[in-house]
Design a protein around this ligand. Structure first.
Ligand code: AP5
Length: 222
């Protein structure tokens, strides 16, 4: 039996829990987790040309140009690990990016199967992001109050020192939320029109949100 690939977008504002839930969805359905934010942070850490171009924009809460992010995405989509499908976290963020993703998937005889919109109240987003601590080594994510590491400031998974992302300062978070409303929120209508958008209330603990996402996916995965 040939299994059809599954392509799932996690859409939502900064701090909605896209990364937290995309890792779980990817593990549950054997998908490649593609986080454009993580890929860009990796380029910044390595000091590549792309990283140098992206760094200032990311630290100001602005979007990185569609063309640069699109090239990064295409490379991942054409990799062997993407053959069973992908969980997209942080992509697309503009209508142009959504159109590019459609084109790349159609070259592979695939399409976006479902878009899960994580809806979380603005007040909670700010608290989640300013309290987030991330592992620069393995990418694990914690929160000072809701998901604290076992030892303060130390990653449970690999023992590295946790850091606060440069763009998780309150002023930058507010700009990221503004950019989300202007450039990314219109994608809700784009996908609603195709009848593949499912809204999930994201203001509960991660286990509950994950179950809601699985329920929302319903019969998408045969
Ligand atoms: P990116 O890294 O994608 O940031 P984002 O979309 O703003 O999303 P976040 O990573 O901040 O939040 P999240 O929704 O993943 O939440 P998380 O699960 O971590 O992008 C960063 C920058 O890169 C952009 O600003 C832009 O400059 C650039 N960029 C990236 N992609 C781009 C693109 N496609 N085009 C152009 N530019 C691009 O959770 C957040 C916190 O909340 C954590 O502490 C977590 O522990 C906690 N938490 C999670 N779930 C829950 C829960 N259910 N209850 C309580 N706490 C929770």
């Amino acid at each position: 039996m040939v299994t059809r690939a599954l392509d799932v977008i996690l859409l939502g504002p900064p701090g909605a829990g896209k990364g937290t839930q995309a890792k779980r969805i990817a593990a549950a359905f054997e998908l490649l987790h593609i986080s454009t934010g993580d890929l860009l942070r990796d380029e910044v850490a390595k000091g590549t040309n792309l990283g140098q171009e992206a760094k200032g924009r990311m630290n100001r809460g602005e979007l990185v140009p569609d063309e640069l992010v699109g090239k990064m995405l295409a490379k991942r989509l054409h990799s062997q690990q993407a053959a069973l499908g992908c969980a997209y976290d942080g992509y697309p963020r503009t209508t142009a990016q959504a159109v590019l993703l459609d084109g790349l998937l159609s070259e592979l005889n695939r399409r976006v199967d479902v878009v899960l919109f994580l809806n979380v109240p603005d007040g909670e987003l700010l608290a989640r992001l300013t309290g987030r601590r991330s592992c620069p080594s393995c990418g694990a994510v914690f929160h000072l109050t809701t998901q604290p590491p076992k030892a303060e400031g130390v990653c449970d998974a690999c023992g590295a020192a946790l850091v606060q992302r440069d763009d998780d300062r309150e002023d930058v978070v507010r700009e990221r939320l503004r950019v989300y409303r202007e450039h990314t929120a219109p994608l809700l209508e784009f996908y609603r029109g195709r009848r593949i958008l499912r809204e999930v209330a994201g203001g509960a603990v991660p286990d509950v949100v994950f179950q809601r996402m699985r329920d929302a996916m319903g019969s998408v995965k045969a």
